[in-house]
Design a binder for this molecule. Structure first.
Ligand code: AMP
Length: 423
């Protein structure tokens, strides 16, 4: 038997109601704040991710699903394509490509869909996983960052998770980061021999990533490292102060997390993660931040932006622990006894469904006992019993599975009666 690919997963019908509820809750909330859905391709040119996420990140160095797409005779080289490992790069590309900045550069987007990273599969980590994304283009305002963080907190609250904490840091900007980088590089160089291979290699090109390394030796070497938050320029400090003050005003719980640098190169100023204790002291359910340099870096005008990505798989796991999803049960199960009754009842079933009554019917020739068993198993609220006797008498029996009360429903007004009662 062919099994699914390692690190990939099926989301089975028993889980889907929860996923749908999460998505609906997010859409409702995001749209209230003027976010519009954008749908982007699952594949892009490899270069887009390499340039936006950063050549020295784990994602680009090790985790992308990249392949050469065969070209026609005219083109020289095959084109390298990658299954998207995140959404921001594509949304930025779309924003630039469709010149959405012309006129009013302010746009708020959201999207949801699968992402692909060739990470080591483990509990809660998949190679195809899902994210819910939101991005705000065209404003450098600290309040845009606050809106994003507050939306995340509210989304989780609406889903029954009220112990969230936003972890916050500032990554500075091109004004203040270079000087900090030098200070940090000097610190790292003095301890270079204690760092892991990845960090040895990355430290010159992206020393901030060393702060983010999960390897114990690197963590220990970095305990006394200078913190970016203490080296911000006035503008970045003011920006960060607005974020924290506004979050406090809104009673959004947050903590300062000086080591939060995030894996991606294009972040500036505010960076954040949303944590909850529901799954124990696990990593974040969502992360994001400001990326003021990315639109320009990808060939657009200089336009600031800010956004986040929620780990949908993790969020679903968290919400499932808080509020186990009920598998939806039909309002009605139609139990025909005998060929003739089945032929009469089948059109009722089709019409009831068309009228929006959730219903099911026995399509084979099972006994009434077997049918009642099935109606119980699927949790049908009512069962409509119709056999030869009922056809002769001109009325079917509607049984309330809760109260066990039964009533006769005249056949000539059957669909209308049931729509009125159960619709
Ligand atoms: P990132 O795009 O790396 O900032 O990730 C944002 C969120 O996506 C994280 O907080 C995780 O919840 C989730 N996430 C990232 N990678 C994976 C993965 N391989 N499997 C499941 N969830 C993931």
């Amino acid at each position: 038997m062919i099994q699914l690919i390692r690190g990939f997963r099926d989301i089975l019908p028993s889980d889907v109601p929860l996923w749908q509820r999460i998505e609906q809750t997010a859409v409702e909330l995001f749209e209230a704040y003027g976010f519009a859905e954008i749908r982007i391709p699952i594949m892009e040119k490899t270069e887009l991710f390499a340039r936006s996420i950063g050549e020295t990140t784990d994602i680009v160095e090790k985790e992308m699903y990249t392949f050469a797409d065969r070209q026609g005779a005219k083109q020289k080289a095959d084109e390298l394509l990658t299954l998207r490992p995140e959404a921001t790069a594509s949304i930025v590309r779309a924003y630039i490509q469709h010149k959405m900045y012309a006129g009013d550069p302010l746009h708020k987007f959201y999207m949801t869909g699968p992402m692909f990273r060739r990470e080591r599969p483990q509990k809660g980590r998949y190679r195809q996983f899902y994210q819910i994304d939101a991005e705000i283009f065209g404003t450098g305002s600290a309040y845009a960052d606050v809106l994003l963080i507050s939306m995340l907190t509210e989304l989780l609250r609406r889903l029954g998770v009220d112990d969230t904490k936003a972890h916050l840091n500032s990554l500075g900007c091109p004004e203040c980061r270079p000087a900090y980088r030098e200070t940090l590089t000097a610190y790292i160089d003095a301890r270079a021999d204690r760092l892991c291979e990845d960090c040895q290699r990355r430290k010159t090109r992206n020393p901030l990533r060393v702060l983010d390394c999960k390897v114990t030796a690197c963590r220990e070497a970095m305990t006394q490292a200078p913190e970016l938050i203490d080296h911000l320029c006035d503008a970045c400090r003011d920006h960060f102060a607005i974020v924290t003050e506004s979050l406090a005003d809104l009673s959004v719980p947050y903590v300062l997390d000086k080591r939060l640098v995030r894996g991606l190169d294009y972040y500036t100023r505010t960076t954040f993660e949303i944590h909850t204790e529901v799954l124990g002291a696990q990593s974040a359910v969502a992360g994001g931040g400001r990326y003021d340099g990315l639109v320009e870096a990808l060939g657009g005008p200089s336009i600031p932006a800010s956004g986040f990505a929620i780990g949908f798989d993790r969020l679903a796991e968290i919400v499932a622990q808080k509020q186990p999803a009920a598998v939806p049960a039909p309002a009605l199960f139609i139990a025909p006894i005998g060929e003739e009754a089945r032929a009469r009842a089948f059109p009722w079933f089709i019409e009831l469904g068309q009228a929006g009554v959730t219903c099911d019917i026995e399509m084979g020739g099972k006994s009434l006992k077997a049918q009642m068993k099935r109606a119980n198993r699927i949790g049908a609220a009512h069962v409509l019993i119709v056999g030869e006797t009922e056809l002769v008498q001109g009325a079917a029996i509607l049984r309330d599975m809760n109260t066990k009360a039964q009533q006769a429903v005249p056949l000539e007004r059957l669909v209308a009666t049931l729509v009125a009662e159960l619709g």
